[in-house]
Design a protein around this ligand. Structure first.
Ligand code: GLC
Ligand code: MG
Length: 563
């Protein structure tokens, strides 16, 4: 093994920037493999007009920030016209921008400015349902003979005042809503204001595929596909098996055998992919699965479905357990597909709270950053995780904005807590707005904000910036293979990334005790070596071939030949 060329002097979390590794042709088509994605919840990112709700101009004003963070593409949660019952996931017009967020002209400018800054725009495509205010649904419900009647899922009741079957909505109550005008029920897996589209109807499919073309032509580089496991329901309408107990919303707990994960969903993904391929676009999927085999299916048997199905099995390990994480990474590796790692999103309690132990939260946030950003695969960041934003659940029922939080209070507080405004500065409302923010900012913003953390070379934000920069500049982290090492260690999770002669080791101390280790690479056939630190948190260090890892610290080193 030859020594690699890196600069030598190193501070706490300092990195040395090398030129980007050159990309092959194949690489260029698959830019998304080496990209870092960033999810923006547009209501909460930056408010340019001080109405308390974020907007597209706000996002545009933060392009320099996104660039300095080092991300390549932003996935913007739905910003289309919508009654905002589910904060945009109830779309009333797929081909426009909601006035609270701006105009199509603002969108076009965001796309072109983004492009200049090297940042692609990914939109969120809500495929399963529309808003009940969408003109398709308004027509559909107007009469049994309406042109769009069959665009949604209409059924007679089982008997008078009895829904067609026992299916329960994820957001509470029966998944069937009676509509007096035509005396039938329509199906809604989510809120009643989100009627499910009937994808069995070819006209629905044609219209929806056209929506994607419309946006690709406007310069969108891909879509995140919402709720892809709910597109089809069994036409038999068989009752779901009922398990024991009630869920947080007070409903029967069902095995969603007949209304979720229908094999036909894959056909829709294949068709969406064909269109995406015409435009060289990427499809990311909201792919909640029970196991890795079902996740693998979302890539398509012929790699003809999603390029980037999100791995929620990894995202929901929810404890600092090296064996549990090792198993998830190994399973993802064994699929032979390109992994997609994330820690959280707008539907999940913030990773800061899920992994924190209330006394080492910042250290743990840095550890987790080093972790998912150094794995082989594409990472997706959730806005605010890079500054250690904390969940801020509503304290009183009357403050809840997310309807499931009203319904399920106090057991289910809804998703407001993970959707609070981005914390930019130490100023009031964390500099998000001069108005009244639609959700309150937690007091911790005084410490956790972009301005303050940018000044601190050891902050969570600095760790994110430095690891992302290292991913680009270090061939092994950029596209090296993954190899687990010290597989029995219950405290320290460690692995190698290897690209030709470039060998990087990552060590993550997931315990509250100081660990030291002398890694040995005989199994990898490596001769004598020494460890050269590239990035360290919490004072982790390496001398010669020994590493010292304080509690919850992370260390990235080059493994350099020692002739
Ligand atoms: C997805 C979204 C979630 C939304 C739901 C219905 O799960 O991430 O926020 O409520 O779909 O569209
Ligand atoms: Mg605004």
């Amino acid at each position: 093994m030859r020594p690699t060329i890196t600069a030598s002097c190193l501070f706490a979390v300092t990195v040395i920037l090398l030129p980007r590794p050159t990309q092959s042709k194949e690489d260029a088509n698959e830019w998304w493999k080496h990209a870092v994605f960033y999810e923006i919840y547009p209501r909460s990112f930056a408010d340019s007009d001080d109405d308390g709700v974020g907007d597209l101009k706000g996002i545009e004003s933060k392009l320099p920030y996104l660039r300095s963070l080092g991300v390549d593409a932003m996935w913007i949660a739905p910003c289309f016209p919508s009654p905002q019952v589910d904060f945009g996931y109830d779309v009333s017009n797929y081909e426009d921008i909601a006035p609270i967020y701006g105009t199509l002209a603002d969108f076009d400018r965001l796309v072109s400015r983004g492009k200049q800054a090297g940042l692609g725009v990914i939109l969120d495509f809500v495929v399963n349902h529309t808003s009940d205010h969408h003109p398709w649904f308004l027509d559909s419900r107007s009469s049994p003979d309406a042109q769009h009647r069959d665009w949604y899922v209409w059924q007679d009741g089982r008997s008078p005042r009895q829904p067609p079957n026992n299916w329960v909505s994820l957001f509470g109550g029966s998944a069937w809503m009676y509509d007096a005008q035509t005396a039938q029920y329509y199906y809604h897996y989510f809120y009643p204001q989100q009627p499910d589209l009937n994808w069995r109807n070819p006209a629905v499919e044609a219209a929806m595929l056209d929506v994607t073309r419309w946006w690709y032509r406007r310069g969108v580089v891909g879509f995140r596909l919402d709720a892809v496991d709910t597109i089809f329901e069994s036409s038999s309408l068989t009752d779901n098996p009922v398990l024991s107990g009630l869920n947080k919303l007070g409903d029967l707990i069902e095995l969603e055998k007949y209304n979720r994960r229908d094999p036909q969903n894959h056909k829709v993904l294949q068709r969406l992919r064909r269109v995406a391929d015409e435009f060289g676009a990427v499809l990311i999927g909201e792919t909640w699965t029970e196991d890795i085999q079902s996740l693998k299916q979302y890539y398509g048997d012929r790699d003809d479905e999603l390029q980037l199905p999100m791995n929620f099995l990894f995202a929901t390990v929810n404890r600092l357990s090296p064996p549990a994480f090792r198993a998830q990474i190994a399973a993802a590796q064994e699929t032979g597909k390109w992994p997609v790692y994330l820690l959280g999103n707008h539907d999940m309690v913030r990773s800061y709270d899920r992994y924190g132990d209330r006394s080492h939260d910042d250290a743990i946030a840095k550890l987790m950053a080093v972790f998912y950003l150094t794995l082989r695969g594409t990472p997706i960041l959730y806005y605010g995780d890079e500054i250690g934003m904390q969940n801020n659940d509503p304290k009183r029922r009357e403050d809840v904005k997310d309807p499931i939080g009203f319904r399920g209070w106090p057991k289910e507080k809804g998703r407001d807590g993970e959707r609070t405004p981005m914390q930019w500065t130490e100023a009031e409302n964390a500099g998000f707005t001069q108005g009244r923010p639609w959700l309150p900012v937690p007091p911790s913003y005084r410490r956790h904000n972009v301005e303050t953390e940018s000044r601190d070379p050891a902050s969570i934000l600095s760790v994110y910036r430095n690891v992302i920069a290292l991913r680009r500049s270090t061939p092994a982290l950029h596209d090296g293979r993954y190899e687990a090492i010290n597989k029995e260690d219950p405290h320290v999770l460690s692995y190698l990334r290897i690209s030709g002669d470039d060998v990087v080791m990552v060590a993550l101390n997931m315990s509250s005790t100081r660990r030291s280790m002398r890694p040995d690479f005989r199994e990898q056939g490596l001769g004598p070596f020494r460890l050269k630190p590239l990035l360290a948190t919490q004072g982790a260090s390496a001398t010669g071939s020994t590493m010292v890892l304080p509690p919850f610290s992370a260390l990235i080193v080059h493994v350099v030949g020692n002739p």
